[in-house]
Design a protein around this ligand. Structure first.
Ligand code: F6R
Length: 613
């Protein structure tokens, strides 16, 4: 996710800004920039704006070659969402005397951009953020700086954290928070504002967390005021935090993996943002617009990916075949690229990749393209090789995943596959009622995940009972078979448990030979269309002395009488249950890994992005 830093006070802004940007580097980014307003005694009248692609050090180099000086400034590290990484797309975006840095997504930027172009505005970037600078600059012609910001805000929709400065009101900085984080460090006679407290804690521990829909005006004489979007004054006081810079990067969580597990409700919201039209039971995926007609004619889909992304693809197969009626195969990219896949121009090859750089998946894209297939990407990293090389695609917008084991990217991928199912289904014979039903329930998922996360301690207790087991089975049926595979992969990666995932119906065809007294089996047993069959599988394990941890849905009483340990998740549609079931498995694996004293963020032998074969 992008990073924001702003400074207003008595120190050289550029020093504080660059220091802050360095502390945000851990979040991942592709370009950086800053803007410093000239001080009152300077002969310069306009801000110095410096932007560069690549690391913050490249920006430091550029800044050192220019005369950048002043006490008020804003800075940004960009992680591309709209438009590839480039100097033009890097922030700050400047229009007239207005300079803006933005995190988040402006949902209605397309329509705003079209209107602004009609009014004669010239856009210099592909970003959604630039519309904000134009809107404020247009208002500034008639109004003061603050009023201009409020008037512009009334026109934008979406998730945003914005920090804005103005050349001709140089002792003021305005910031707004709406669904994207923003924290203000309150120093003795200055302020540092940032998207992440890790850019602040080395300067002050006195911080003010803005709430959604709040606007703060900071001035160079050390005063601040907080108002709602309709300009009602709010009384807000700073609080003292005692986090170290390292703790701050992890948002107070002990590990990135745990933080990212807890970010999942947001990751799902961000995957759906601006893409769901409940009233029509429809989905709008801007990145697929150019190929929508072709997609509606497609008779066969092959989903190609690796690891966790492959498991997401398996869930996608079940959803698309059941609800959109299109035949789907799922294949490991490493196999697809070397065998002779039957691919032609009448089919679509969908690749799923968090990093967008996985070598096998990229090779599969090239193979599919050579054979004339329509290639689509579900990718988290904007501008990555896979995003560039596929014909069209959908971005996850899940923000960077730092923990090596994939968690929030997976739930985000599942959310997009649900959207794709509805898109494909509604283009065929899925009814309006069914489309609406799926989407309405999908919008409830973030709230349901939150309710699971709140009960995380129950899973810690259960994990303790399994910490000494070096082997384990994960068993699930139908939609939950891929989740059994994912559960097994997670605990393998981060707790080094020799775990195997199976379709529970396969147990009696071989794996059951391993069940003996105390052998642990994790069953995915929600009350759904295959519930009774899953219960039979559990009975078979219990009869042989196996130890059972079941994840089931509230109200499934039978499970408690068979399993040794049970965790209940809320009810939802069967096709959406994977989005909930995987969360307790991630937390379970995390705790087993931590209790075994392992480095869960960087497990041995693994890399976040597998760019070699
Ligand atoms: C597992 C994990 C890996 C990745 C796989 C594909 O936790 O992270 O299995 O899912 O290497 O990576 P991407 O999605 O970046 O192509």
């Amino acid at each position: 996710m992008c990073g924001i830093v702003g400074y207003i006070g008595k120190k050289e802004a550029v020093t504080v800004l660059l220091e802050g940007l360095h502390h945000l580097e851990y979040r991942g980014y592709d370009s950086a920039g800053l803007c410093v307003l000239p001080s009152a005694h300077s002969r310069k009248r306009r801000a110095s704006v410096v932007r560069s692609v690549g690391k913050v050090d490249a920006l430091v180099d550029l800044v050192s070659k220019k005369n950048v000086s002043g006490f008020v400034g804003i800075a940004h590290t960009r992680w591309a969402t709209h438009g590839r990484p480039s100097v033009a797309n890097a922030h700050p975006h400047s229009v007239g005397n207005i300079h803006v840095v933005h995190n988040g997504i402006i949902e209605n930027y397309q329509s705003l951009r079209e209107k602004l172009i009609e009014r004669g505005c010239r856009f210099r970037s592909d970003t959604d953020s630039e519309v904000v600078a134009h809107l404020i600059a247009l208002e500034r012609v008639k109004h003061d700086f603050e009023t201009s910001v409020y008037r512009a805000l009334s026109k934008i929709r979406g998730a945003y954290a914005l920090v804005i400065v103005c050349d001709d009101d140089p002792d003021k900085m305005i910031a707004v928070k709406n669904s994207s984080p923003l924290v203000v460090g309150v120093g003795r006679d200055d302020f540092i504002i940032a998207s992440d407290v890790s850019a602040i804690v080395q300067r002050t521990k006195n911080v003010l967390y803005l709430n959604d829909g709040e606007v703060i005006v900071l001035s160079r004489d050390g005063e601040y005021s907080v108002c709602s979007l309709n300009r009602l004054v709010k009384r807000r006081k700073p609080q003292v935090i005692d986090w170290s810079p390292e703790q701050a990067q992890k948002g107070g969580y002990e590990h990135f993996m745990f933080k990212e597990i807890f970010e999942q409700p947001h990751a799902v919201v961000d995957a759906l943002r601006g893409r769901v039209v409940i009233s029509d039971g429809l989905v709008r995926l801007g990145g697929l617009r150019s190929v929508e007609d072709r997609l509606c004619q497609i008779k066969r889909i092959v989903i190609v990916s690796c690891g966790t992304s492959y498991h997401a693809g398996l869930v996608g197969k079940y959803m698309i075949e059941e609800y959109a009626g299109v035949s789907v195969e799922v294949e490991f990219a490493s196999e697809f690229r070397y065998r002779k896949p039957l691919v032609d121009k009448h089919m679509a090859v969908i690749v799923i990749s968090q990093s967008g750089e996985t070598a096998d998946t990229l090779a599969a894209v090239r193979e599919a393209k050579n054979k004339g297939a329509l290639t689509l990407g579900i990718v988290n990293a904007v501008g990555s090789a896979i995003a560039r090389e596929t014909d069209a695609g959908v971005y996850n917008h899940a923000g960077p995943e730092i923990g090596v084991a994939s968690t929030k990217a997976f739930t985000s991928q599942l959310s997009i596959l649900v959207l794709l199912t509805v898109l494909l289904g509604r283009g065929r014979d899925m009814s309006f009622v069914m489309g609406q039903k799926i989407l309405t329930e999908l919008e409830r998922i973030p709230h349901l995940i939150t309710s699971i996360l709140k009960r995380e301690k129950e899973l810690r207790v259960i994990a303790r009972a399994y910490v000494k087991n070096d082997a384990m089975f994960f068993l699930g049926r139908k939609y939950h078979y891929p989740i059994a595979l994912e559960g097994a992969l997670k605990i393998k990666e981060i707790a080094y448990v020799n775990a195997q995932g199976y379709a529970s119906g396969e147990m009696k065809h071989g794996p059951i030979a391993l069940i003996e007294d105390g052998f642990p089996c994790v069953f995915l047993a929600p009350k759904d269309s295959v519930y009774e069959k899953t219960l039979s599988g559990m009975e078979e394990v219990r009869a042989r002395g196996g130890r059972i941890f079941a994840v089931s849905t509230v109200g499934a009483k039978e499970v408690s009488s068979i399993a040794d340990d049970v965790f209940f998740i809320p009810k939802t549609l069967e096709m959406l249950t994977p989005l909930l079931l995987v969360v307790p498995l991630q937390i379970f694996s995390y705790h087993v890994g931590v209790m075994r004293g392992l480095d869960v963020d960087q497990p041995r032998n693994l890399a976040k992005s597998v760019t070699v074969e």
